[in-house]
Design a protein around this ligand. Structure first.
Ligand code: HBI
Length: 100
């Protein structure tokens, strides 16, 4: 998976393959807010995603307040959104879908 910044058309196509992620105004990151039943589920989600991030060597910028997890993904080396961000977003979508 390369770190090259996705061009606008490729980015639009790639965004169709993930859930309700928003592109930042400066087109450098994608973000999504996840909401779970309780803190336990939120933290279990974060734990699962943390292991995936290590496997991918692609780490989210995220925050957690009780049952909510806010996530932002960007590719530092290209200063924008790459296929790695899209891949990680899909992994997070699928992890979240396994909770209530
Ligand atoms: N995580 N989200 C994100 N973006 C990056 O560019 C990134 C990362 N984790 C590790 C990393 N870059 C680099 O340390 C490795 O690709 C070498």
């Amino acid at each position: 998976m390369n770190d090259a910044r996705l061009e606008p058309e490729a980015l639009r196509t790639a965004m169709q393959s993930v859930g309700n992620w928003a592109i930042s105004e400066d087109d450098t990151a994608i973000s999504r807010d996840f909401r779970f039943t309780d803190f336990r589920e939120a933290f279990a989600f974060m734990s699962e995603c943390a292991l995936a991030a290590e496997r991918l060597d692609h780490h989210p910028e995220w925050s957690n307040v009780y049952n909510r997890v806010g996530v932002s993904l960007t590719t530092h080396s290209s200063g924008g959104i790459s296929a790695r961000d899209i891949e990680m977003a899909g992994i997070m979508d699928r992890a979240a879908s396994r909770f209530g």
